[in-house]
Design a protein around this ligand. Structure first.
Ligand SMILES: Cc1ncc(COP(=O)(O)O)c(C=O)c1O
Length: 355
């Protein structure tokens, strides 16, 4: 504790990212990274950056990247915002749209960065429990909310809400900004990007970290009405005008343009996931229906911490959130076929030992 700490630093409980091991090789299924490398076109784009380009500041508007994103999404450039990972985009959403006198809401079990941002910006938050089966009931939320954070598919459950349900919510609550965090949308959910031109109370946040294998380059984006995008730009330009460097801008554009590679890798991940889910159910685990690149599951009768430690001792990292209701659940990222085979083999052994 330094005597120079602000009250913010004294009081905040920061987000804790998943472990990035340095000392030992693990099968790493703890941070929802893509098991496949970025597209070869990305590597070519990275190599194309010259020393002279590195000398200059990057395009603060990230125009070439935003053009590509707009074209691929059927939107105009002024409906697209980019940032240093979707975490940064979300970090800008809070001060752009919410005041300390507003109330925003999100479920008790969702992306654990939302309560951190809410605390950082001192935005009062209403946190309502998901149902027993981890589904969400929008009727449980009051009408006077200024904003709603909806991860779709939800993290860490992987459960998705239909686009129809989201549209219904947009219509029922025109004065509530619905932020739909689609970090995992490419693995089976229904994106609501196509609703952006029709609803000025919708902001869709996406990332290149998952389905496009670019977690290391930090690129996230938001799609919304031009006025919402302007709000985000005002915050960005009051903070750091150059959030995306020249390498990230070019690489992300290349990643987005390589549609064939994206389709192939995400399909493989979904196939691997479905096979792994079937195997986990077969050995007696309880599994949430996943529309994401991870599987949320629990082994009845065995503490989650114990299962996590057993997997770690055997070279596999998975994520667990030591939170009420889900402390016995594990979030297992969908890895390579052979990595999932190994996890299933280990879990089967554990079940046999228990029996
Ligand atoms: C629901 C959700 N939103 C946003 C993010 C942030 O992704 P990134 O900052 O890599 O774009 C994550 C990362 O795991 C996530 O799970």
């Amino acid at each position: 504790m330094s005597r120079f700490y602000s009250d913010t630093v004294k009081n905040i409980s920061p987000y804790v990212p998943g472990e990035q091991p340095k000392d030992r090789r693990f099968i790493k299924l703890n941070t929802n990274e893509n098991p496949y490398p970025a597209s070869p076109a990305v590597i070519e784009a990275v190599r194309s950056v010259t020393g002279l380009e590195a000398r200059l500041y990057p395009d603060p508007e990230a125009s070439a990247l935003r053009r590509t994103l707009a074209d691929h999404s059927g939107l105009a450039m002024n409906q697209v915002f980019v940032g240093n990972g979707s975490d940064e985009v979300l970090a800008m959403v809070f001060p752009a749209f919410f005041n300390r006198t507003d109330t925003i809401a999100f479920p008790d079990i969702t992306y654990s960065f939302y309560p951190v941002y809410a605390a950082l910006y001192e935005i009062p938050s209403l946190i309502i429990a998901l149902a027993e089966d981890f589904t969400i009931d929008f009727n449980a939320y009051p009408n006077n909310l200024k904003g709603f954070l909806l991860a779709n598919p939800n993290a860490p459950t992987g459960i998705a809400v239909s686009a129809g349900k989201i549209e219904e919510l947009l219509q029922l609550r025109p004065d509530m900004l619905l932020v739909v965090d689609e970090a995992y949308i490419d693995f089976g959910g229904e994106s609501v990007i196509s609703l952006v031109p029709r609803y000025d109370n919708l902001l869709v946040v996406q990332t290149m970290s998952k389905a496009r294998s670019l977690a290391g380059l930090r690129v996230g984006m938001a799609f919304g009405a031009p006025e919402l995008i302007k709000g985000l730009e005002s915050i960005r330009d009051s903070f750091n005008s150059y959030t995306l460097d020249v390498v990230a801008q070019r690489a992300a554009k290349a990643a987005y343009e390589d549609v064939a590679y994206f389709k192939k890798t995400r399909q493989t991940i979904m196939t691997t996931r479905d096979r792994a889910v079937a195997a986990l159910l077969e050995i007696g685990m309880q599994v949430c229906p996943s529309s994401a690149n991870f599987i949320f599951c629990t082994l009845p009768g065995v503490a989650g911490a114990e299962v996590q430690q057993y997997l770690r001792d055997n070279g596999v990292l998975v994520r667990r959130f030591a939170m009420e209701r889900i402390e016995d659940w594990l979030r297992i990222t969908v890895g390579l076929e052979e990595e999932m085979d190994e996890v299933i083999r280990l879990l089967r052994l554990l079940v046999q030992q228990q029996g």
